[in-house]
Ligand binder design. Structure first.
Ligand SMILES: Cc1cc2nc3c(=O)[nH]c(=O)nc-3n(C[C@H](O)[C@H](O)[C@H](O)COP(=O)(O)O)c2cc1C
Length: 168
């Protein structure tokens, strides 16, 4: 188990376009009994309802979604470039089919019982605030439905408070 230091939010140097969009993150949810992680490259960080928050977007079909919906918390773990193969693995295999941590060579770790990825070098621990399924009637650009949702596998947007930041 790695040693992490708590990091105040205003000390965070975080370019969301690079960190999330290019480097990707692992979204981890569940409990000690059953945790799962999946790769994300869409999402954001910001401020909502007076809290520092993350926004993540999870399709109906993801096993991780069941675990997010059944719990109060989830985490985002950011890993170095060395772990790109593990991120590809977690973005192309489902936890329904087996232990993805083992498959990807990653280690689940827990803080206040919230699962995260021990190999991460930056962890955001998050408490769910809202859950909104984005349906076709939300789109102002009709081409979005055709381009991204032909199979009706819609995204749910979760807004979650960042309750702790761990860095090493
Ligand atoms: C680079 C990359 C980014 C991804 N971003 C997202 C995302 O933001 N939201 C999402 O629902 N799925 C995303 N995925 C797909 C999931 O990671 C993938 O379907 C995964 O196998 C789901 O695992 P699960 O069934 O164990 O939850 C992404 C995949 C990759 C490779």
């Amino acid at each position: 188990m790695h040693t992490f230091q708590p990091l105040p939010a205003d000390m965070l140097e975080f370019d969301p376009f690079t960190k999330i969009g290019k480097e990707w993150a692992l979204l981890t949810a569940g409990s000690k009994a059953k945790a799962n992680t999946m790769t994300i490259s869409w999402g954001g960080v910001g401020v909502m309802w007076g809290k520092n928050v993350v926004f993540v977007f999870v399709r109906d079909s993801r096993y991780t979604k069941e675990l997010i919906d059944n719990g109060e918390f989830f985490s985002l773990s950011f890993l170095s470039e060395d772990y790109r193969p593990a991120l590809n693995y977690c973005g192309s295999h489902s936890g329904r089919e087996g232990d993805k941590f083992a498959g990807a060579g990653l280690t689940p770790a827990f803080r206040h019982s919230i699962p995260f990825v021990d190999e991460g070098n930056l962890i955001l621990l998050c408490k769910k605030m809202s859950s909104t399924r984005i349906t076709e009637d939300s789109f102002l650009l009709p081409e979005l439905a055709d381009k991204w949702y032909k199979d009706k596998d819609m995204h749910t947007m979760y807004i979650a408070e960042v309750i702790d930041i761990l860095a090493r």
